[in-house]
Structure formats: C-alpha cells, structure tokens
Design a protein around this ligand. Structure first.
Ligand code: BES
Ligand code: ZN
Ligand code: ZN
Length: 491
C-alpha cells in the first residue's frame, strides 16, 4: 500500500472511495455531504464507527476529536472497513490538529496498522485490496501546510509503522519457527538489507564473554543460544545509544515450570529483542544522526536433565554471583549479562533495555501500558512524553530504598527473586540495577513491555497478538533528543 500527498483539492482527485471523518459528531461541517443518508443508515459518528455509502463512493468514520490518538484509531478503522470493499485507490483530506506533523503521522500510521493482519499460518490469506491512498493537502479546518513537509511526514511515519509491523511479525511467529538461531538470522538479514554491522555469538562465544547467567538459562534447550550485536553507525553521530532486548523465544518457566494456562503466549517473551531489531531498522531507514547498538540475548528457557535449578548460584559477566530461587525469573539473568556486555563494548550515552520481564508489571499498569523505570527523573520524563506523543502508553514506577533489600541473598551477591510477592516489576528492575555500573546509573532506562507487547484480544488499532510495542516511542524519543541537541548547539 502506497500513501501519497497531493496538492489537488479532494474533489479533483479520482479514486474508488473517499474516507471522510466525522469529528466530534459534528454533522454540520461542510465536508459532511450525506447527512440524511448517514442518519437513515443509523450512523452516529462514534469513535471508530464506520458507514459505507457505495453509491456515493464514500466511507465515513467517526472520531471523537482531532487528537492524534483518535485520528490514528479512526483511520485504522476506516482502512479495515475499506478492505471489505473492492476499492483499490482511496482518497482523503487532512485532519490536522494542534500539531500538524503529529496528525499526518497518526493518519498514516492508522492506515498502515489498519492494513495489518498476521496470516502467515492461515491457508486462506486475508485480503489487501487497497493499493494506494492519496491524501489531499486540503485540511478539514482549512489549515495550510507545505506539501513537501507533509510528504516527509507521511514517508517517515510509513517507515516507523512498517518497522512496527515487522516486529509484530517476528513476535507472532511460533516458537519452533522462531528459535534463537532464527532470530539471529533475522538480525543478519536486516544488517545485510540496511547496511548495518552485525556480530553473532554462539554458545562458545557467550561462554568466552563469561556470561554465566545467560548460559545457565539456555542450557536445557535443544536450540542453542545466540547473542546478537547489531550496530548502525552514521558519520558524526550526536549520541551513542545501546538498546538491550530480552529474546526468550520461549519461556516455559524452566524447572519452576509455568502452569499450562500461563505458558500459552510465551512465544511473546522475545518481544523486547524484536523491538530492538525494529527500532534499529527504523533508525537506519530514517538515517537518524545517532549511533545505535542493539544487543539481544536470544534463548529458550526449558526443562531437562541439564536444566539450571532453584538453589544454583550463577556468576554473571561482571563477576557478581546470583542465587537462583525461581527459574522462571530468567529474563533478568539474560539481561544482566547483556547489560554488562553493552556497557563494556559500547560505552553508550544512553542505555535502554526492553523486556517482557514481569507479570507484576501487567498487574500494576494493566495490559496496555509499558512500565518505565530508572534512576533519572528527567530521562524518565522525557521518554514518557515522547511515548505519549507517539501514541504509546507508559507508566513510571518509582524505586525506593526498602525494595532494594528484598532481593538480598544469604549465600550470593543477589537473589533472582524478591522475598515478598509485591512490587515485582520494581524488584526485577532493581535486580538489573546490580549490573549497571556507577557511571551508567543515570543513563539507564528499563522498559517492561510485558503488558502491551502481546495482548490476546484486539485493542484500538492493534490486532490480537503482538503490537510492536516500543518502536514508535523510542523513535519519537530519539527525534526529541536530536532536536534538543541541535537547539542547544545553536543557542
Ligand atoms: N516472561 C515472564 C513475564 C511475563 C508474564 C511476560 C506475563 C508477559 C506476560 C517472566 O520471565 C516471568 O516468568 N516472570 C515471573 C517472575 C517471578 C517468578 C518472580 C512472573 O512475572 O511471574
Ligand atoms: Zn519466566
Ligand atoms: Zn520470561
């Protein structure tokens, strides 16, 4: 599906179908030409409600406001409805709000997401009749905008939305097809296609890096682990950023085996790693002036005679010892070693990790919200602002001095689970904190995406399954810090 901006008014663009938004149920607006027909069809203009008038070649959709979140959702609903028709070429106008760029991006993303389905394993594939969308530069509230600028916004948001769909596909792929080796191969293909550097470590390489925690988790699997280090290095970068991703291609819980009903969906435990790949894909296609490294720990957490056990003591890359009391708290073990690797090899200005780390985070914030944790208030604040501008939800969970004590161990430097059942998202993050060197404490941000990365029921413009959580907010934050950096330089 191609999306383009046209200088022509809507009436002069020929297309098979026009998308018209009804904003805040205002049927008096001069763009709503079919008031009576809509009324007799029972269309009320509620958010995401659609009404097709084939004889008029119009498809109406309701949006509660011109807020970018409502517009994104409405355009996704409109595209989904349009896919049920035979229309190949759609047209629409601009629905600009407070920030023109944001709304153009929301319209574009909505349509790319509305066109998404995961049908890889269905014999009968879903239909994608819409080949082209022309957006007239004509605005609903007669705001004017430069056509070249508008085209630029369309182009960059298509790139980000496609990178999000790329993550969805990776995460949705079943565990026997997306093994650690396969995930590493996907990273290698991405590197080849986008001109990135890519290092892949196998079991021996991981051992040579003294990653005893990561290795222990992987031991009982028939699929060997992989550490992937992808990097995008433009000339004269403004920042150097390391992204670390949890890549559990399957989490059975290990010997602390998950109950059957909690095990289903655990193919999604690689979503952090997949988000990292998607972010690097987008950054390199957008050619952002920052150096970005993606470090992914890919493995399965399985059972077997050689499985790591509760009572084991492991030694991580930084030399710290870890008492294991639950093998299902495995993500933090893989991340511990990967975080050490990232600090040692990359020496980044910012260090972000993405992980479906805890069920507790989902309990705390609900399924749709990413848990943001870290030591630096300004960093958390700037990231959450970027997330909300990008249409993703975050909630900041606060550390405190008492929580730290809950992961003390009698026989090792730290224990992999907390001694209480409360605040599990925070105690997991504080476990990771043991592997963050002093100079990186204020450069580190931990994102627990256990909720939004994979939701079994469709929500808003997201289909059931993987959502690609993390991509849009991180790209937005990158754009924000780049802009701020250039501003500081010029003042
Ligand atoms: N991968 C899970 C966390 C998870 C749960 C992600 C639900 C997505 C949805 C993680 O490895 C895990 O099992 N965590 C345990 C930790 C506990 C043993 C301290 C959990 O959250 O129950
Ligand atoms: Zn687990
Ligand atoms: Zn896990």
């Amino acid at each position: 599906m191609q999306i383009e901006i046209s200088q022509k008014p809507r009436s002069e663009i020929s297309a098979d179908l026009e998308i018209v938004c009804v904003i805040a149920k205002d049927f008096d607006h001069h763009w709503i030409e079919d008031r009576d027909l809509l009324e007799s069809a029972g269309f009320e203009g509620a958010q995401d409600e659609t009404c097709l008038l084939p004889e008029k070649k119009r498809l109406y959709v309701g949006s509660d406001s011109l807020h970018h979140d409502d517009i994104r959702s409405a355009f996704a609903a409109a595209l989904r409805a349009a896919r049920k028709t035979k229309a190949e070429h759609l047209k629409t106008g601009l629905y600009l709000g407070k920030c023109s760029a944001q709304n153009i991006k929301a319209m574009t993303e909505g349509m790319v997401f509305g066109d998404y389905d995961y049908d890889e394993y269905k014999t009968e594939k879903s239909k994608h009749p819409v080949k082209r969308v022309t957006i007239s530069i004509e605005d609903f509230n007669s705001k004017s905008i430069d056509a070249d600028k508008a085209s630029g916004y369309v182009e960059s948001s298509v790139t980000v939305a496609r990178a999000t769909n790329y993550v969805r596909n990776l995460v949705n792929t079943p565990p026997d097809d997306m093994t650690p080796e396969m995930l590493a191969l996907k990273a290698v293909s991405l590197a080849e296609e986008n001109g990135l550097d890519c290092i892949v470590l196998d079991e021996k390489g991981i051992e040579a890096e003294n990653m005893g925690a990561f290795l222990a988790v992987s031991r009982a699997s028939d699929h060997p682990p992989r550490l992937v280090h992808l990097s995008y290095r433009p000339q004269n970068p403004l920042y150097k950023i390391a992204l670390v991703g949890k890549g559990l291609t399957y989490d059975s819980g290990g010997l602390s085996l998950k109950p059957a009903e909690y095990m289903v969906t655990m193919k999604s435990d690689k979503a952090g790693a997949c988000a990292v790949l998607g972010i690097i894909k987008a950054v390199s296609e957008l050619k952002l002036p920052i150096e970005v490294h993606g470090i992914v720990g890919a493995t399965e957490n399985m059972i077997g005679g050689n499985a790591y056990k509760p009572d084991d003591v492991l030694r991580a890359k930084n030399g710290k010892t870890i008492e294991i009391r639950n093998t299902d708290a495995e993500g933090r073990l893989v991340l511990a070693d990967c975080l050490c690797y990232a600090q040692e090899k990359v020496e980044p200005d910012y260090l972000l990790d993405f992980a479906t780390l805890t069920g507790a985070c989902v309990v705390a914030l609900g399924e749709y919200t990413t848990g943001l944790m870290g030591h630096d208030r300004a960093l958390k604040h700037s990231f959450s602002k970027a997330a909300s501008n990008a249409g993703e939800l975050t909630g900041t969970l606060p550390f405190n001095r008492y929580l730290k004590k809950l992961i003390k161990s009698d026989i090792a430097d730290v224990c992999n689970i907390s001694s209480t059942r409360y605040g599990g998202a925070l105690t997991a993050a504080l476990f990771l904190d043991h592997f963050i060197e002093k100079e990186y404490k204020h450069k580190w941000l931990h994102l627990d995406i256990a909720g939004p990365a994979y939701v079994e029921k469709a929500w808003g413009y997201n289909q059931a399954g993987a959502s690609g959580a993390g991509v849009r907010m991180t790209i937005k934050w990158f754009e924000q810090i780049i802009k701020q950096n250039l501003k500081d330089k010029n003042s």
